[in-house]
Design a protein around this ligand. Structure first.
Ligand code: FAD
Length: 571
């Protein structure tokens, strides 16, 4: 690999890319190059501090991509955060380690992705993980429980519980409160059933008390020993290069074959790194589809408008973008309450718990698109929410004290809105906030507002439920003045307020979705891009649907499985 030629080039040394790089380089005969736009964040205190959530926002390691004005949500653009540096977004995220509902992963297979189901993915969740069990005293005082059978003991990624969970009564108080609202204690949120109330684990190295990001888990331990793995930092991938025959587009029989990646180094030099076997795009859900487009893979008309020559006409590249909307409700703290637990109390209520048993929930309004495939996806997602067997939670509700108030950040977990993102010109930098036109279409469909309003009112009820209500002062934000509680006025006022005050939940997925090509997929079940011989995508782009858990646990598992698929196909 010293001459600039490698077997595999991984574009993006982030959460997913570093898993693939480590696993592929386990074969000493194989050479691997990682091209990463950012630098090393090993000693960046905004990254390492496990209680430093938010410190990195707006700094030079946050891409802070801007969306277009959100026409269904008050007209304002949104900021989409993503981490720039080795470790990617795992270096700036909230450390939560929660997986998915098992039937959500099973749905991937029902969509046509053979082999992608919960039972096959669980061994990869555990392969990636090393749960560090706290001592019994900490477990007991923090009311932290787990089932060892679904956790890994020897994987690269350390998980555990943050030290902010101290010797307090708050956990027990919330447990009783949620139980009286029908939201029962869930002793293991990572075993495929998420609904309930729990105290979730985090990606943290408890001994060192620092953030466990992808670089710390998957790269730093092997950087000296893995001589066949090279990482180019501060180097931006611009586009893929193709074997000459493919560029002509239409050579009978042979699919276009990528033979390298054009990069711009820190000092502004442009060069091509060569790949013998495969190029794996792991630049994240907001970038990998753009790199495909800049390389000629995408919607012909969009490419033509941007001055890019078509190599594979694949109109769904960059479509199917799904994010969640995040809102916060704040309440005063009754002045006799001084405990300062942080960061791990979470409730996952179902639709029935949010809306009540008797209330008929308005069915989803599919007026934006009539496409039969989209209707099929909506039906599948509807079944996840309202199905009797295993109803998925529809909201994640956090609770902590901050700046002298109780803060309940929350988000609707399963929105139906779909957006997209596309390049605007052949030469723009995809690492710049202006490099693309990004449109998540927040609140495009009625259900998304219904879900968000329902969760807000659920939170209001929680603050009014004993025993928790005894340590709660008056509502601070939005306040019942701004959003009345009475049924006649609540729904509209709450919906309007939420749309004025939401932010992205920073969970974009789906922009190079793993689905059959006929129903709009971009990659097949081996994560190979349709119409290409040797280009794969391995990152949040490939998740066909949103999951109820936070994303990294599932991305580590998907990347572990993808690595095995890539290895197997090389044999
Ligand atoms: P990334 O990890 O973003 O990796 C992409 C990499 O590609 C980056 O290193 C980037 O620098 C690089 N790159 C981009 N463009 C180029 C280019 N042109 N050339 C070369 N390299 C490039 N998830 C959780 O599980 N728990 C949480 O608590 C949580 N909280 C979050 C909080 C915030 C603020 C954010 C933003 C996200 C959060 N998430 C959380 C989501 C989760 O962190 C991400 O979904 C996940 O890390 C994405 O992984 P990825 O591999 O898809 O992309």
């Amino acid at each position: 690999g010293t001459d600039g030629t490698y077997d595999y080039i991984v574009v993006g040394g982030g959460t997913s890319g570093l898993v693939v790089a480590k696993r592929l380089s386990e074969d000493p005969k194989v050479s691997v190059l990682v091209v990463e736009a950012g630098g090393s964040l090993e000693n960046n205190a905004n990254v390492t501090n496990p209680l430093g959530y938010g410190l990195a926002f707006g700094t030079d390691i946050d891409y802070a991509y801007q969306t277009v004005e959100q026409e269904f949500a008050g007209g304002k653009p949104q900021t989409l955060r993503a981490g720039k540096g080795l470790g990617g977004t795992s270096t700036i995220n909230g450390l939560a380690y929660t997986r998915a509902e098992s039937n959500q992963i099973d749905m991937w297979e029902k969509l046509g992705n053979e082999g992608w189901n919960w039972n096959n993915l669980l061994p990869y969740y555990t392969k990636s993980e090393r749960l560090e069990v706290p001592n019994p005293q900490r477990l007991e005082s923090g009311k932290m429980t787990f089932d060892a059978a679904v956790h890994g003991k020897e994987g690269p990624l350390k998980t555990g519980w943050l030290f902010g969970i101290t010797n307090s009564t708050l956990g027990a108080t919330l447990n009783t409160t949620f139980a009286s609202m029908g939201v029962e204690w869930n002793p293991e949120v990572n075993g495929g059933k998420m609904a309930g109330y729990t105290v979730y684990p985090s990606t943290v190295d408890q001994d060192l008390n620092i953030r466990e990001d992808a670089a710390r888990a998957y790269y730093f331990p092997i950087r000296d020993s893995a001589k066949n793995l090279k990482v180019m930092l501060n180097t931006e991938a611009r586009r893929l290069t193709w074997k000459a025959a493919a560029a002509a587009n239409g050579t009978k029989g042979a699919l276009p074959t990528a033979d390298g990646v054009e990069v711009t180094t820190q000092d502004g030099k442009t060069m091509v790194m060569k790949a013998n076997k495969e190029v794996i795009l792991s630049a994240g859900a907001l970038v990998s589809p753009l790199l495909l487009e800049k390389s000629g893979v995408g919607n012909k008309a969009i490419l033509a408008a941007a001055g890019i020559q078509s190599v594979v006409d694949l109109p769904t590249v960059g479509e199917n973008l799904q994010d969640q909307a995040n809102n916060g409700l704040k309440f005063g703290i009754a002045n006799n309450f001084t405990e300062t637990d942080k960061n791990a109390y979470v409730a996952y209520p179902t639709a029935e718990q949010v809306f009540g048993k008797d209330k008929q929930v308005a069915s989803v309004n599919g007026n934006v698109t009539k496409a039969a495939d989209l209707e099929k996806f909506f039906t599948m997602q509807y079944d996840l929410i309202f199905g009797a067997d295993q109803p998925n939670p529809i909201a994640e509700v956090l609770l902590y004290q901050q700046d002298g108030v109780w803060d309940s950040e929350y988000w609707g977990l399963l929105p139906f809105s779909r957006g997209n993102l596309h390049v605007t010109a052949a030469n723009t930098s995809t690492t710049k906030a202006t490099g693309a036109k990004i449109n998540p279409n927040f609140f495009m469909l009625d259900w998304d507002t219904t879900q968000q309003v329902g969760a807000a009112n659920f939170i209001r009820r929680m603050y009014g439920t004993a025993p928790f209500k005894d340590v709660v002062g008056p509502e601070d934000t939005p306040s019942t003045k701004t959003v009345p509680a009475d049924a006649d006025n609540n729904e509209k006022a709450m919906g309007d307020w939420l749309k004025q005050n939401y932010r992205s939940n920073f969970h974009p997925v789906g922009t190079a979705a793993m689905m059959p090509r006929e129903v709009g997929g971009v990659v097949d079940s081996s994560l190979k891009v349709y119409g290409t011989a040797n280009v794969r995508v391995v990152d949040a782009s490939v998740l066909p649907f949103q999951v109820c858990g936070h994303l990294v646990s599932t991305l580590y598992a998907v990347s572990e499985r993808a690595s095995d698929l890539i290895k197997a196909s090389a044999k």
